[in-house]
Design a protein around this ligand. Structure first.
Ligand code: PLP
Length: 423
């Protein structure tokens, strides 16, 4: 029985892989790892523990792990021009937990955007921030432009005097105004924390914004959204030694024990690849998002933030209330092998999160496989046709069959040679 269960799961994984091979992936938080990064996920690193920091471990057998981790930290610091880096968090949420645990106490005030305005659940009452017992107030937001309202937020910062200002969005369409708010934040002496989970790859590619130069003390992030690495997390710092020491302790022993060493090494490899390919990758991601937004707008879709040029990132947000709502649209597209998610849009606060008015679309994964302007135009048309009742599965498969390789990374040939070494 057990062997048949195991085989069943393996067959299902193959079926899943096949399904995605023939689909258009537009979820804004997903991506594909490179062949060399993939190798790290099957190497012996995945079987090991390495609690603590290089040179200060609790187990034996970590000599080479220490070398890899030190090199990965150095690569990451150089890529992001960061004074400090911690490559141990195992996800973006986990990195956020480490910050919350190390730099705040229950009852402290934190200011962040609201969920309705596109923030992530980890910063909500019922997420990591709220569960730490922090007192959350929200920044003012201009939903027509999908941007934090600088003047109103300045007033709120002066009134509330938060201990931490957190800038982070799951619908991160436009740069956060750190520079504009920096003087006010300094006036009240708050820490500036930037949650770059979604836009980390754009920042690595020197696009979107440069939070550490604009005044952020700390950046947290996922390493698998626009940053096309393994599912893992990261913390970058430009802060004083004492704060950094607390953050390090917040990570271990605060919120992790072992830090998934294959993924950590994969993060190092992806960082090296982003040094070489990151700028052209980020450029193309953003160009593709702008093209897709414009094309959908031309086809009559209500793409949000028209007045602000729709987007400066990998993401676009579309109000599909008139097309049956987010749930109906996302499910209809899924039946047509176009994979994206339903999403809350501004004004949805009294709607159920399972039935919001919008959809969210990300271009980082289709860009990763080499798609450009003409494919974005085709995708907009396929979405439109599917929602008008046409079965587009065959057209999706045909389009996708021309894009079978991961780009903006080192080659398959090199990697496959290595894979045999890990057998
Ligand atoms: C702004 C933001 N922070 C944190 C996270 C959580 O990242 P992870 O899924 O790596 O835990 C997300 C996930 O989408 C996010 O959008």
């Amino acid at each position: 029985m057990a062997i048949s269960d195991a085989k069943w799961i393996r067959e299902k994984a193959i079926e899943h892989t096949e399904f995605f091979r023939n689909s258009i992936p537009l979820i804004a938080s997903e991506n594909l790892i490179s062949p060399m990064t993939k190798e790290m996920m099957i190497s012996d690193l995945n079987n090991r523990y390495a609690e603590g920091l290089p040179g200060h471990r609790y187990y034996q057998g970590n000599k080479i792990v220490d070398e890899i981790e030190t090199r990965t930290e150095d690569l990451v610091k150089s890529l992001f021009r960061a004074k400090q880096a911690d490559v141990r968090p195992i996800s973006g949420t986990n990195a956020n937990q480490a910050i919350v645990f190390s730099l705040s106490s229950p009852g402290d005030k934190i200011m962040s955007p609201s969920l309705d305005d596109g923030a992530h659940i980890s910063s909500a009452e019922f997420g990591a921030v709220g569960m730490r017992g922090l007192n959350i107030t929200h920044m003012a937001f201009n939903s027509e432009y999908m941007k934090i309202d600088v003047d109103e937020t300045k007033k709120l910062i002066i009134r509330e005097k938060p201990k931490i200002c957190l800038f982070g969005f799951s619908v991160f369409l436009f740069p956060a105004p750190i520079k504009e708010l920096k003087e006010t934040m300094d006036e009240v002496g708050c820490k500036v924390w930037y949650d770059g989970a979604h836009v980390l790859g754009l920042i690595a590619g020197k696009r979107f914004q440069d939070p550490l130069r604009e005044g952020a003390d700390l950046i947290t992030g996922s390493t698998h959204k626009t940053f096309p690495g393994p599912q893992h997390g990261i913390i970058l710092g430009n802060t004083d030694d004492e704060t950094w020491k607390k953050v390090r302790r917040g990570v271990f022993p605060g919120v992790i024990s072992n830090h998934h060493l294959g993924a950590m090494a994969g993060l190092g490899i992806t960082s090296a690849e982003m040094m070489e390919f990151g700028e052209s990758y980020a450029d193309q991601i953003i160009n593709n998002a702008k093209t897709l937004a414009q094309e959908m707008h031309s086809l009559g879709f209500d793409v949000i933030a028209e007045k602000n040029g729709f987007t400066e990132s990998h993401t676009i947000l579309v109000n599909v209330k008139s097309k049956g709502g987010g749930k109906f649209v996302a499910e209809t597209l899924e039946r047509n092998s176009i994979i994206l998610n339903k999403n809350m849009i501004p004004g949805d606060s009294n709607k159920k999160s399972q039935d919001p008015s919008g959809i969210r679309i990300g271009t980082q994964e289709v860009t990763r496989i080499g798609m450009g302007r003409s494919e974005m135009i085709q995708i907009a048309n396929l979405i439109n046709e599917a929602l008008n009742g046409k079965d587009v599965r065959g057209d999706v498969r045909d389009l996708k069959s021309n894009f079978t390789e991961v780009k903006y990374c080192y080659g398959r040939e090199d990697a496959y040679e290595f894979i045999s070494l890990f057998k």
